[in-house]
Design a protein around this ligand. Structure first.
Ligand SMILES: [Zn+2]
Length: 97
């Protein structure tokens, strides 16, 4: 049986970022690093500094320094949650709980 964290880690990063970020490219076949639109970690008014990796789930903002390696890191940083609570929130939002 899979733990909740394992289930959350199976969400494709491309699906996760398209759901969480406005202004993401909708091209389904896009992979690797792409522009993530406005950065959700600082008061961002101009696109271009926030990038996400649709293959690995990494994200990186050149303006504010926010970075992480997975959707769970993204939710922990954005919402100020501990690992277990971030896993729980994602699982609930994605109907995995
Ligand atoms: Zn930023």
């Amino acid at each position: 049986m899979k733990t909740m964290a394992e289930k959350v880690k199976m969400i494709p990063p491309s699906d996760f970022f398209r759901a969480e970020l406005s202004g993401m490219p909708s091209k389904k076949r896009q992979t690797g690093w792409v522009d993530g639109g406005l950065c959700p970690f600082h008061e961002d008014h101009q696109k271009g500094s926030f990038r996400v990796n649709l293959t690995t789930g990494s994200f990186n903002c050149f303006a504010c320094g926010a970075r992480g390696r997975a959707p769970i890191d993204f939710v922990m940083s954005r919402d100020g949650l501990r690992f277990v609570d971030a896993v729980k929130r994602i699982a609930e939002e994605w109907g995995l709980a």
